[in-house]
Design a binder for this molecule. Structure first.
Ligand code: ADP
Length: 270
């Protein structure tokens, strides 16, 4: 069962490798990269109001890969958009690092997103007239910043695009384009990367490669990833899975495999 065995082995090997560098006993654990406290989101009002989030409290630990699953309409996108600062809550709080997003002006929120949050969407959203390299550095360029060259090199090697940097998106496969999108999300060294169905437009081989790159971003580059997915195989690459239903977290699973996720989904009645 390579689709399940590979990520778990990668994770174990990485954890063993990372172990000596872990904090000494005196150091407190790092704060969560993001968290929601009693998050509520209601769309509309009166009889047609939809309670998309119904009191969600959740932490996304730093250096951790979290998958979010649940039936269509369960609130996955709403949770992700609110925690990422793309949408606002009706009640409750969300934090990126120590920053309460509810205290920020629109301008401050835009800056925080640009500097501290990475996004990967189902559609690759690359600029067709820019090369792979230019696409990756575009958000930083828009912020008037230059990428850290060492970090950029590390990312390019991690996503395996060294020999494709000068290519336009139209000259790249779907899998390669999505890897450029992951590189773009990682280049600012964000506190957290949100991936919304990142493998939705990829075939199974390109999906597996992309999921391995996200896994390596966590294991080798100490990034934090939150991924919405319908796919138990994709969720099997994560460190933990949260299950949403009707705007609430109804279950969670640590050290998931595709089979365990599938069993849990069946038990939850999906
Ligand atoms: P999921 O991502 O799990 O499919 P969503 O977060 O997209 O779920 O949606 C949760 C609920 O909120 C659904 O009932 C959906 O119809 C509703 N919803 C989402 N976005 C809006 C919106 N902009 N306006 C009104 N209702 C919305």
């Amino acid at each position: 069962m390579p689709a399940e065995a590979a990520p778990r082995q990668t994770r174990r090997a990485a954890q063993a490798k990372k172990a000596p560098a872990k904090r000494t006993p005196k150091q407190p654990p790092p704060p969560p990269a993001a968290r929601a406290v009693d998050a509520e989101k209601v769309y509309g009002a009166g009889a047609t109001a939809v309670r998309a989030l119904d009191g969600v409290s959740v932490e996304f630990p730093t250096g951790h890969y979290t998958a979010i699953m649940g039936p269509s309409g369960s609130g996955k996108s709403t949770l992700m958009h609110c925690v990422a600062g793309l949408d606002t809550l009706t009640a409750g709080k969300v934090f990126i690092g120590d920053t309460d997003l509810g205290t920020l002006s629109d301008k401050e929120l835009t800056l925080l997103r640009r500097e501290h949050v990475g996004f990967v969407f189902q559609a690759f959203n690359l600029v067709p007239t820019l090369s792979a390299e230019e696409n990756m550095s575009l958000p930083l360029a828009l912020a008037g910043k230059k990428p850290d060259k060492v970090w950029q090199d590390t990312i390019v090697d991690t996503v395996g695009l060294r020999d494709r940097l000068a290519h336009l998106p139209s000259q790249l496969s779907g899998g390669q384009q999505q890897r450029v999108a992951v590189g773009r999300a990682l280049l600012s060294k964000p506190k957290i990367v949100f991936a919304d169905e990142p493998t939705g437009n990829l075939d199974s081989k390109a999906s597996a490669e992309l999921l391995q790159f996200l896994r390596r971003a966590v294991d080798d580059l100490d990034q934090t990833v939150v991924m919405v997915t319908h796919d138990p195989v994709a969720a099997g690459y994560a460190d933990s899975v949260l299950f949403l239903a009707d705007g609430r977290i109804v279950d969670s699973l640590d050290a998931p495999t595709a089979k365990k996720v599938l069993d849990r989904l069946k038990a939850l009645g999906e």
